[in-house]
Every structure is written in structure tokens, then in C-alpha cells.
Design a protein around this ligand. Structure first.
Ligand code: ATP
Ligand code: MG
Length: 441
């Protein structure tokens, strides 16, 4: 039975009491991105396995250990997306977006799937907000997407995130770095984990990202990439940093950040939080100038980042960030008897057509039980409809907070009274806000 009543390990539900928090986070991030000119893209949850193997990289943890891959009934190898960039790049190429005005700037909120050991902040189905920007080579672009992430965190009221940046250079300057890494790790080869032994030849930089404690320890003494990057890459990194400084965005250079996916070039960055415990990175991103071309498209410099939304919400909880309240029911209509029930459903329809949140009885409760329900859902106003009210064409609109009653004619008087009351309430809020506003500049 547990199979029927328990979600799969490492997955979770967002229940109705919680979903407004997710909506707030997702809407705020998409809206922040919109202010920077990013528009939403939606891509399928599954793609050809080859897409991820080629883009994420076949020596990465994601491809080697974490993908949900299966054959469909037609015998094709399918993978549930482990991240959002590959699908966005595929769609960019498939639909020829490179022929449209560049840069093309896209944003997304998606679920991702990785077969990992579930723990706090590490799930098998998790969610990301991300952006990708295609066709921008300049360091202004690096600084701009970093400032987008920072602006989104600020809009959510999150504090104390630290931004760590690094440059991992271009393929040319990285060749020298790889040689240095091979020499260093080659002398410690016996102690490396089995996966890293295999990485030594093909992709020694991946060893720096290994989670095994022994490899981590050895990696501490490894050469750092910043000592090997070429003049162009160094110049790009210096300019990125100076744009960040000009925008007042604080950062630290962390030469150990190499990111876990193969497609990165030049700038890589992470936003890290002290409120997260072991899984401290909430946002990771960087530049991937070679990826579009590597996937068969025209040479297109590009960059992006992704934020883990479960981790983001954990930080917001730890910091007691405020979420906007969900709007309660405006009017609950309590009918008694069949005639009244018909009138109630008409009135509810009219109120909803005007944009009000209206509920009426749909489970056949008596009046007392209905009022109890109206209280439970926090209805602002209630109307009781009985035979007398129907006969007179009038009813009382009751404010649940003050107990005040207003007689209204049915149906038009009710609709206009709800209108007036809601306008007065908004005006009241506005006056309060203005009273509290500090006009001094
Ligand atoms: P980590 O080092 O924690 O495994 P990563 O480098 O694999 O992270 P990315 O591929 O850069 O992560 O994904 C971007 C963000 O997505 C991460 O910073 C994190 O917030 C989130 N994320 C990644 N994997 C998971 C997961 N299994 N569960 C929840 N969030 C995740
Ligand atoms: Mg990972």
C-alpha cells in the first residue's frame, strides 16, 4: 500500500497551503528577468539522451551517475532533463532563434531530475529558475546576468548571499591548465577515486569538482586556473569584475569554482548561503561560449545561470522572509433551501465575473455548518439567503470582521455593495500606506 500513498524518494508535493510561496518566488524571478528583457521559454521535460551527454559532458557526475534515462516503447533513449540549458540551446537551434535579433534572452522555471542521494536541499525532482542569453560576448553581459540574479534575490527579500566568481578560461588557455592538473593529480593517482582516475586523462578539471573527501583533500593543493588563463580571458574577467564593482555588487574571487557541467568557459559564478548547511550553493552559472557551435549551430557566445528553488525557499524560511498573504474569500453566500441555492449559484457567478472570490454551499450543509465553514476559510463578507430574502428580493451583506450589516437588493445591489466595500478597503490601505510613507528625499 505504501506504494500508493507515498511519493517516490527524493520527490515532494507542494500543497495548497504552500503553493502561494512558490508562486511568489516564481513570479518575482520571472518578473525581474522581464525587466532585463528576458522572455519565458518552455521546453519538454524529456529529450534525446544524446543531447545531455553531448552538452553537459560525458565525464560529469550528472551524465555518469545522475541521469534518469530509459528506452521508450519505440526503442529511443530518452532522458528526463537534469538541467535547463541543454533544452534551451536545442530549441534555440531548432527554431533558428539565432536568425532573430541578438542577443536572445530567455528565462524559465522548470523541474529537473537527478538520481542523487536525497537529503536536505538535494532532491531527485527539484526545480530551477534559470536564464540563458545567446549572442553576447562582452563582459557587460556577464555582469548583467549576475546583477539579474542579485536583483531577483533582493526582490525576494533574501540577505547575506555571497557571490563567488572565477574564470576557467577558454579551451586554448585551458589546455595548459589541464597539463598542469595531469601532472599534479598524476603524482597522487593511486589515492584518487575510481571515477577520477578515469577523468585524469580526459577531463582532469572534473577532479576539482569531485565530492569524494579524499579527492577533495588532494584537490586543495592543485594548481589554480587563474594562473593559466590567457590575456584575452584575463581581460574579460577583469572587465566583468569592474562592471560588477560599478554596479555595487560585492563578490569574492574563488579560484576553486569550476562548476559541475562541461560546457562552461571564462566566467563561472555561484551564489552561496550560510543558511543552507552542506548544500550551500543556491545559484550557479556562467558563460558557455562553445556550446552552441558544438551542438551544430553557428558560433554563438552565450551565458546563463540557474537557481535551485527548493534551496531558495529553505533560505527564505531560515531568514523568515515575508510572503504576500493569499487573498481570502470576498463573499460567502449561504443559501437555505433549493430556491435559495439556485439564486446563490447565480449570484456567485455574477460576483466571479466581476473578479471577486465568491463561494457558496456545494455539499448540502445547514446554515450553522455553512457559517462555520465561511469562518474557517476567512470569508470577508457573508450573505444568508432564505425564502424570505428571495421573496423580498433583498438580503443582508454581513462584514465578518465588524459584524456590520448592510441591506442590499438582489442581485445588482449585492454586486455594487461588494464593489464599494472593496474599493473603500483598497482606498483605506492606500491612505495607510501614504500616511506611513516618508516623503523626505
Ligand atoms: P551541487 O554542487 O550542490 O550538486 P550542482 O553544481 O550540481 O550543485 P547545478 O547543476 O549548477 O548544481 O544546478 C544549479 C542549482 O540547482 C544548484 O546551485 C542548486 O541550487 C540546484 N540543484 C542542483 N542539484 C540539485 C538537487 N539534486 N536538488 C535540489 N537542488 C539542486
Ligand atoms: Mg550536483
Amino acid at each position: 500500500m505504501a506504494l500508493l500513498t507515498q511519493a517516490i524518494r527524493g520527490t515532494g508535493d507542494v500543497l495548497p497551503n504552500d503553493s502561494h510561496r512558490w508562486q511568489f518566488v516564481e513570479n518575482t524571478m520571472l518578473e525581474t528577468a522581464r525587466l532585463f528583457g528576458f522572455r519565458e521559454i518552455r521546453t519538454p521535460v524529456f529529450e534525446h539522451t544524446e543531447l545531455f551527454v553531448r552538452s553537459v559532458g560525458d565525464t560529469t557526475d550528472v551524465v555518469q551517475k545522475e541521469m534518469y534515462t530509459f528506452d521508450d516503447n519505440g526503442g529511443r533513449s530518452i532522458t528526463l532533463r537534469p538541467e535547463g540549458t541543454a533544452g534551451a540551446v536545442r530549441a534555440f537551434l531548432e527554431h533558428g532563434l539565432h536568425n532573430e535579433a541578438l542577443p536572445q534572452k530567455v528565462s524559465y522555471v522548470t523541474s529537473c531530475y537527478r538520481y542523487e542521494k536525497p537529503q536536505a536541499g538535494r532532491l531527485r525532482e527539484f526545480h530551477q529558475f534559470g536564464v540563458e542569453c545567446f549572442g553576447a560576448a562582452e563582459p557587460q553581459a556577464d555582469a548583467e546576468i549576475i546583477s539579474l540574479a542579485a536583483a531577483a534575490f533582493e526582490a525576494l527579500g533574501i540577505k547575506n548571499l555571497s557571490l563567488e566568481i572565477n574564470s576557467i578560461g577558454c579551451p586554448e588557455c585551458r589546455a595548459k591548465f589541464y597539463d598542469a592538473l595531469r601532472e599534479y593529480f598524476g603524482s597522487n593517482q593511486g589515492e584518487l577515486c575510481e571515477t577520477c582516475k578515469g577523468r585524469l586523462e580526459r577531463n582532469p578539471m572534473r577532479i576539482l569538482d569531485c565530492k569524494s573527501p579524499v579527492c577533495k583533500k588532494i584537490a586543495e593543493g592543485a594548481p589554480t586556473v587563474l594562473d593559466y588563463i590567457c590575456d584575452d580571458c584575463r581581460d574579460h574577467f577583469e572587465k566583468t569584475k569592474s562592471y560588477l564593482t560599478a554596479m555595487g555588487i560585492e563578490y569574492t574571487v574563488n579560484p576553486t569554482i569550476v562548476r559541475g557541467l562541461d560546457y562552461y568557459t571564462r566566467t563561472v559564478f555561484e551564489f552561496v548561503s550560510g543558511d543552507l548547511g552542506a548544500q550551500s550553493t543556491v545559484c550557479g552559472g556562467g558563460r558557455y561560449d562553445g556550446l552552441v557551435e558544438q551542438m551544430g549551430g553557428p558560433k554563438t557566445p552565450a551565458l546563463g545561470f540557474a537557481v535551485g528553488l527548493e534551496r531558495l525557499l529553505m533560505i527564505m524560511d531560515a531568514q523568515k522572509c515575508e510572503f504576500p498573504e493569499t487573498k481570502p474569500c470576498d463573499v460567502y453566500i449561504a443559501p437555505m433551501g433549493e430556491k435559495a441555492a439556485t439564486m446563490a449559484s447565480k449570484l456567485a457567478k455574477m460576483l466571479r465575473a466581476e473578479g471577486f472570490f465568491a463561494e457558496t454551499d456545494i455539499v448540502g450543509r445547514g446554515l450553522k455548518a455553512q457559517m462555520k465553514y465561511a469562518n474557517k476559510i476567512g470569508a470577508k463578507y457573508t450573505v444568508v439567503l432564505g425564502d424570505d430574502e428571495i421573496a423580498a428580493g433583498k438580503a443582508n451583506l454581513k462584514c465578518m470582521e465588524t459584524g456590520e450589516q448592510t441591506e442590499v437588493s438582489l442581485p445588482d445591489g449585492l454586486i455594487s455593495a461588494v464593489y464599494d466595500l472593496s474599493i473603500n478597503a483598497s482606498l483605506g490601505q492606500l491612505t495607510d500606506a501614504l500616511d506611513n510613507f516618508d516623503f523626505k528625499l
